[in-house]
Design a binder for this molecule. Structure first.
Ligand SMILES: Cc1cc2nc3c(=O)[nH]c(=O)nc-3n(C[C@H](O)[C@H](O)[C@H](O)COP(=O)(O)OP(=O)(O)OC[C@H]3O[C@@H](n4cnc5c(N)ncnc54)[C@H](O)[C@@H]3O)c2cc1C
Length: 435
């Protein structure tokens, strides 16, 4: 086992057959997966490994979580500790949102937002600035009130905005490079109800003058498109319900009729896996994601790409991508357009920038998709495009690096936390360090 003191297999290690990410497009370069159950066990694993990457729920589409030596899963750190005085919860880093959400809700709390699926781990999501939608909703990393991290020397680092300012802001979207996050303190809101409805066939023309009205028509709004016919095939509006809200839905939204039945975002897919629509109210965690916890989210075998552009140039960026519709559509399951509020987290795709995220769920046709991505990226280059850290892209590293104003400080902090590069892998070497 390369670079580890744990040999032969220790109780905190499993050695399954070569493993894939969720989508099956990446086979990890090691079978050495450590599964400690306590922070002390994490510290021992970290001290014992010369090279190591933390692994969440394996939902990333690229090699960001890969290691050719060792991975460590935090899935056995599974405590949720709610503090009613501070309205925060400390959660084990490997827990999935779908596991913690019902516990928080039962105690009267909510998280401000969720991604399209509840199946992902908290630490994996915040490490890559995973997001949902909403003009006023920051990504999921903006929920973080404090972090507990085991750094390369095996010591435990606690970071919070009150005590650590910039050090905290630099570490939250850590790309797995700062250390192994063991516990995350999350800010909680009072629980709330959400109702979602879907409208069909919204002309893109309305976005020219009503971009913010359309994306601000609910607490969280997603537009889906196949890029054909200059329209969104579906508009998903998730509305936060106040007590006494009549929950009435107009029969049309900018000329788009209200759907009469529950729909999957990918035309023709059965909608059973989707969270309830048609205005039926439900708890935040059963409406903010598009997909239910106990079903396969999205399509299953698929690839994903997502590009962030400034929201105030969102319509322009959509038109730029639309020019490639005939190259895109044959390989596409669906595109989703979402907005993300700006934040202060150094490596976040929405750092200091109200953003539009242009997402592509591709068919599992990498050779063809690989040809289309540089064309889309060329169209979006004038917008200072930032690709999602966890998805597939071909943007040259210097262009990515140029988009992150705090990159030099981030790299300086990594030099302090991890001078030997224990947590660096090929993905980080390529995208953060190569010129
Ligand atoms: C069907 C599907 C739908 C998706 N929908 C969305 C969406 O709506 N919005 C969105 O933004 N993204 C979405 N994604 C992408 C997903 O949110 C990201 O890939 C996210 O990073 C996955 O988290 P994970 O737990 O699977 O982490 P992994 O993929 O296992 O790891 C991701 C990164 O987190 C790091 N990491 C994991 N655990 C730790 C830890 N304990 N300490 C330090 N670093 C750690 C890893 O080292 C790696 O760098 C979707 C993915 C899929 C498959």
């Amino acid at each position: 086992m390369a670079g580890s003191l744990f040999s032969p297999l220790s109780p905190s290690q499993q050695q399954p057959a070569p493993r894939e990410n969720w989508a099956g497009n990446i086979t990890y370069s090691t079978g050495n997966v450590h599964t400690p159950a306590t922070v002390d066990e994490v510290r021992a694993v970290v001290k014992g490994c010369a090279k190591l990457r933390a692994l969440g729920s394996r939902h990333s589409f690229n090699t960001i979580a890969d290691s050719d030596a060792n991975q460590i899963s935090l899935a056995r750190l599974d405590q949720v500790d709610i503090d009613d005085k501070t309205h925060t919860a400390v959660v084990g880093a490997g827990l999935k949102y779908g596991q913690i959400a019902p516990i928080l809700d039962a105690r009267g709390y909510a998280l401000h937002n969720l991604a399209s699926l509840p199946h992902i781990s908290v630490a994996g999501a915040i490490a890559t600035a995973t997001h949902g939608s909403g003009l006023h909703n920051g990504n999921l990393a903006t929920q973080v009130a404090a972090l507990e991290i085991v750094t390369a020397d095996g010591n435990v680092l606690h970071l919070s905005p009150e005590n650590d300012g910039d050090r905290f802001l630099g570490a939250v979207v850590g790309l797995g490079a700062v250390g192994v996050v063991t516990h995350v303190k999350l800010n909680l809101l009072p629980t709330f109800q959400v109702a979602q409805s879907v409208y069909q066939n919204l002309s893109f023309d309305h976005l020219e003058h009503h971009f913010d009205d359309i994306f601000g028509a609910g607490y969280s709004v997603s537009l889906f498109t196949d890029w054909q016919n200059h329209r969104a095939t579906q508009v998903w509006i998730k509305r936060k319900l106040a007590p006494g809200d009549t929950n009435a839905w107009a029969s049309e939204f900018y000329g788009a009729p209200l759907a009469k039945e529950k729909l999957h975002p990918i035309t023709g897919h059965p909608a059973e896996s989707c969270t309830e629509q048609q205005g039926i109210p439900g708890p935040w965690y059963e409406r903010l994601p598009h997909f239910k916890m106990n079903f396969t989210p999205s399509s299953g075998r698929e690839l994903q790409t997502e590009y962030f552009v400034p929201r105030d140039r969102g319509y322009e960026a959509i038109l730029a991508v639309e020019k490639l519709r005939d190259q895109i559509t044959p390989h596409l399951f669906v595109t989703e357009l979402r907005t993300i509020a700006p934040d202060d987290l150094w490596m976040s795709m929405a750092y200091k920038q109200p953003s539009l995220a242009i997402h592509f769920t591709w068919k599992p046709e990498w050779p063809e998709v690989r040809q289309v991505l540089p064309q889309i990226e060329a169209q979006l280059a004038p917008f200072g495009v930032r690709p999602h850290w966890a998805k597939l892209f071909t943007v040259p590293p210097p262009r990515i690096q140029a988009q992150y104003a705090r990159l030099a400080e981030f790299k300086a902090s990594l030099q302090r936390y991890d001078p030997s590069g224990k947590f660096r892998n090929a993905f980080l070497n390529a995208n953060l360090y190569s010129s």
